[in-house]
Design a protein around this ligand. Structure first.
Ligand code: B3K
Ligand code: ZN
Length: 886
């Protein structure tokens, strides 16, 4: 807990470590109440660092020190200094063996950092700075060591004892305990250390790498979950193959282990050879998991696997470089998921997420560059900017270089930096060295926060058949960064003729330039560098309709003065699936914002016509049709308004949903019927797409009202063909209210009360319901025997879902939602600061609302900050930044 004013850590203060640790030998005597950790560290002075005062300071928090010795000689308290965060040895030689003995208390560790208890097992989470809660160490990623680990534990309670690398000798200690040794041959930073002790079942498989080496694959879960691992295993094998083919990366150990735990702060963790997963991203059966869950598992399994090269073999020099591993690894998992399914649909999902979270972050008080320059608590910087914008920055480099040169550049990166801790700058240098291109200006993407805006204008000259595109860019100021410089970015475009055919893109050679990119035929990538750029295309027989920012080639907001007709045209005819969806989003946003401004008006009939065309266009895959017809969310619409009109947006969106349901009723019925499932559930892009379209049709039909829709909805719930179908129907029945909704909730709980991940869904559905009494229900559910503040999945599924997934109820004008959130944050912060601080972020953009709501949110943020002396660094940093300048 924070008591003194916390000081920020700054990138400019980075210095190489004064000491290095080559070998680590750890011995754990495991017990949930009291675990003893003995550490032997082979330490030496770093020849590349400047000499300090001869002392060595190790990180350590919440450790109870039982002894220290240096080269075998015990140290007396006079020879070291100990405080709540460190152990300083006052005089040390240039090279020595340091031994420490500490004890820790896993069972009372509710922060879920370091060694903690989850259900009956013990597990670890060390990234970013959890290792210091296990033993005294140089807990920084640029200190890489080889580890040997001995685990001792009760045989009955902990029959399975795991750590990184390869298993060594094991023996029975004769007193009811056993011991096993693990050795990891690869040097690693301590944040990749892991251990697991528990009574776990195991699903096993084999993989042969491209060069013919066998790898044992093991997924460990609680024994009753053994029937829910198949999809994770298939995903893992596919990811391993894909990484060999696409990036030339092979796995390097004889064993790859995944362990699913029920208490976990994030999605999963890429510990070397021993990934620890939130069970939500491992467990799935057709009856328990939705298509979205299946896709999530595929993506996260791949993500953690890909980290083995991008993160583990090559790691970050310091935590400011977090995006080096996260941006690149998310890029890799996005590309993998695109290859396993539809690349347009995958891109749509990712861009929707980016716009909802990252653009919002960039426009608020927590805006920061992809490579931040200062933090109080690094856990607050596992953000959408570092992850998702960081991914876009990698993707832009791939777009600028084209596939062949990008691959050459990543090969160079892997060859040059294997076994090292490096920076985002080193990554860009590889892009430059492999391609011969100058990315000096491009590097600004890592330094500059804020979402760039592009204003594009097009002028057709019938006399000479030319089309002039002018592009102006501007990045708005963000906290601490008033002046922004122009960015170098790839702008992918196509030009369509009136019949929807791609026109040949020939630039008059005197202005601009272009390069090839991995985008649809007919597309060209223009390189924008200056604040204002002009591109002139020649040889055009007619006025074209431009299709701009295809594939979302750069993370910007693009404005072009399209008519409604242009948007309807692009929505129906663009050859780029992403651009079709984007045109539909722009049109829907326009219609919705008009409805907000003029309550009582209706959408134009041409709009319904365009929706009908998109719904019935069977040349387009069902999944893409479902995306095209999905209205922008309320939070996204809110981001488009100068002052958010919470109720107006909700009213307009519900109204338009109803109107689409009414206008398209017969077509929706037909489409719904046409997607009926015949065989058993299977997760594949085709059938998931059909279920998505079916769900969308049912939702509009229910919005349109009538008995027939309700009957369909009840039938779908009762048939329970898949969890995807059940969840769609449950959502609709609950939102509609009345006895049918109540009955469905009771039935759902009865059926699934023994499956925690399904019960999470049950909590979420209620927390995100648009019903007026939702907050009351949430209060009520907090007393439910299945609810616990100590399980992050539960907290997210009830409290998180209400605060971030239910804008109209969370932002109720009386401020009850805000009070509720502040109360929960204050309650959670002493237990689990990471979760508390994440929740608090839902009020961060309070300045965007009307005066009344601003006041109410500000007061609750101030209430949280008033607890400063007791607050964690995590929550303190968020609350204080939220209120900066007040
Ligand atoms: N690297 C982990 C995140 C660790 C969380 C730190 N608070 C998850 C991932 O990106 O794979
Ligand atoms: Zn990651």
């Amino acid at each position: 807990m924070y008591r003194d004013a916390p000081h920020p850590i700054r990138l400019e203060d980075y210095r190489p470590p004064e000491f290095l640790i080559d070998r680590v030998d750890l011995n754990f005597d495991l017990d949930p109440d009291l675990t003893r950790v003995a550490a032997s560290l082979q330490v030496r002075r770093n020849p590349a660092a400047t000499r300090g005062d001869g002392s060595l300071t190790l990180h350590g928090e919440q450790l109870e020190l039982d002894g220290v010795s240096l080269d075998g000689y015990p140290l007396t308290p006079a020879e070291y200094r100990l405080d709540a965060e460190s152990l300083t040895l006052l005089r040390v030689p240039d090279s020595f063996l340091l031994q420490t003995w500490v004890h820790i208390h896993p069972a009372s560790n509710t922060a879920l950092e370091g060694l903690y208890q989850s259900g009956g097992m013990l597990c670890t989470q060390c990234e970013a700075e959890g290792f210091r809660r296990i033993t005294y160490f140089l807990d920084r990623p640029d200190v890489m060591a080889r580890y040997a680990v001995t685990l001792v534990g009760d045989k009955a309670r902990f029959p399975v004892l795991l750590s990184n690398g390869n298993p060594g000798e094991s023996r029975d200690l004769g007193d009811g305990r056993h011991e096993i040794r693990w050795e990891d041959p690869f040097p690693k930073p301590c944040y990749l250390f892991a251990l697991i002790a528990g009574d776990l079942g195991l699903v096993e498989d084999q993989y042969t790498t491209a060069s013919g080496r066998p790898v044992g694959l093991r997924i460990y879960v609680e024994p009753h979950n053994l029937d829910q691992c198949a999809h994770a295993m298939v995903s893992l094998k596919r990811a391993m193959r894909w990484d060999e083919e696409r990036f030339g990366r092979e796995y390097d150990l004889a064993l790859y282990m995944i362990v699913a735990v029920s208490h976990f702060n994030m999605g999963a963790m890429e510990n070397k050879g021993l990934n620890v997963f939130n069970d939500k991203y491992v467990l799935a059966r057709p009856d328990t998991a939705t298509d979205q869950d299946f896709a999530g598992i595929e993506g996260v399994i791949a993500h953690e696997y890909f980290h083995n090269w991008t993160g583990n073999r090559i790691t970050c020099r310091d935590w400011f470089q977090l995006s080096l591993k996260e941006g690149f690894t998310v890029y890799r998992d996005q590309e993998f998921s695109a290859a396993m399914g539809s690349s347009a649909v995958k891109r749509i999902h990712d861009v929707r997420g980016l716009r909802a979270h990252q653009f919002a972050e960039d426009a608020g008080p927590l805006a920061h560059p992809v490579r931040p320059t200062a933090y109080i608590e690094i856990n607050n910087f596992y953000t959408s900017t570092v992850y998702e914008k960081g991914t876009e920055v990698v993707r832009m480099q791939a777009n600028l270089l084209g596939p062949a040169l990008f691959r050459k550049a990543t090969d160079l990166y892997f060859a040059r930096y294997d076994g090292q801790a490096v920076t985002t700058d080193d990554f860009v240098t590889c892009m430059e060295d492999a391609s011969g291109r100058d990315l000096t200006q491009f590097r600004r993407w890592y330094e500059q926060a804020g979402t760039p805006q592009l204003w594009v204008k097009g002028e057709y000259d019938g006399a000479d058949g030319s089309y002039r595109l002018s592009v102006r860019q501007f990045t708005p100021a963000t906290p601490g960064q008033q002046q922004k410089r122009p960015l170098h970015l790839p702008l992918a475009i196509g030009l369509l003729d009136a019949g929807g055919q791609e026109l040949a893109l020939r630039l008059s050679d005197e202005v601009g330039d272009a390069c090839e990119a991995p985008l649809p035929p007919g597309t060209r990538v223009l390189e924008v560098r200056a604040a204002v750029e002009h591109f002139r295309f020649v040889g055009l027989p007619e006025r074209p309709v431009p299709s701009l920012l295809r594939g979302f080639s750069a993370p910007v907001k693009l404005h072009f003065d399209y008519s409604d007709q242009d948007l309807e045209f692009l929505m129906a005819r663009d050859t780029d699936g992403f651009a079709r969806w984007d045109a539909a989003q722009t049109l829907m946003q326009r219609v919705l914002l008009r409805l907000v401004a003029e309550p009582g008006s209706d959408a134009p009939s041409a709009f319904f016509g365009a929706c009908r065309l998109a719904l019935l266009d069977t040349d387009v895959a069902a999944a893409l049709r479902a995306e095209v017809l999905t209205l922008p969310g309320e939070s996204y619409l809110a981001d488009q308004m100068r002052v958010v009109d919470v109720d107006g947006i909700h009213r307009a969106r519900e109204f338009l949903r109803r109107r689409i349901g009414e206008e398209l009723r017969d077509d929706l019925m037909a489409v719904y019927a046409a997607q009926a499932e015949t065989g058993p559930y299977a997760f594949n892009p085709e059938s998931a797409g059909r279920r998505a379209l079916k769900g969308l049709a049912l939702a509009y039909l229910m919005a349109g009202g009538g008995e027939e829709a309700l009957t369909r909805c009840r039938d779908q719930f009762a048939a329970a063909h898949s969890m995807t179908d059940v969840m769609v129907a449950l959502r609709l029945l609950v939102d509609r209210g009345g006895p049918a909704g109540e009955a469905a909730l009771v039935e759902f709980y009865r059926r699934w009360s023994t499956e925690p991940l399904v019960i999470d869904k049950w909590f979420s559905i209620q927390a995100t319901s648009i019903r007026a009494d939702t907050l009351e229900q949430v209060f009520h559910l907090m007393d439910h025997p299945d609810f616990s503040l100590r399980n992050p999945n539960r907290v997210r599924s009830l409290i998180g879902a209400f605060c971030t997934g239910n804008p109209v109820r969370f932002h109720a004008a009386d401020g009850a939602g805000y009070r509720f959130l502040a109360d929960r944050v204050l309650e959670l912060d002493p237990l689990n600061p990471q979760i508390a601080s994440r929740l608090l972020k839902s009020m961060i953009r309070w300045r965007r609302f009307d005066q009344g709501r601003q006041e109410l949110m500000r007061a609750q943020l101030a209430r949280v900050l008033d607890a400063a002396a007791l607050l964690s660094k995590d929550a303190y940093e968020v609350a204080s930044k939220a209120l900066e300048g007040t």
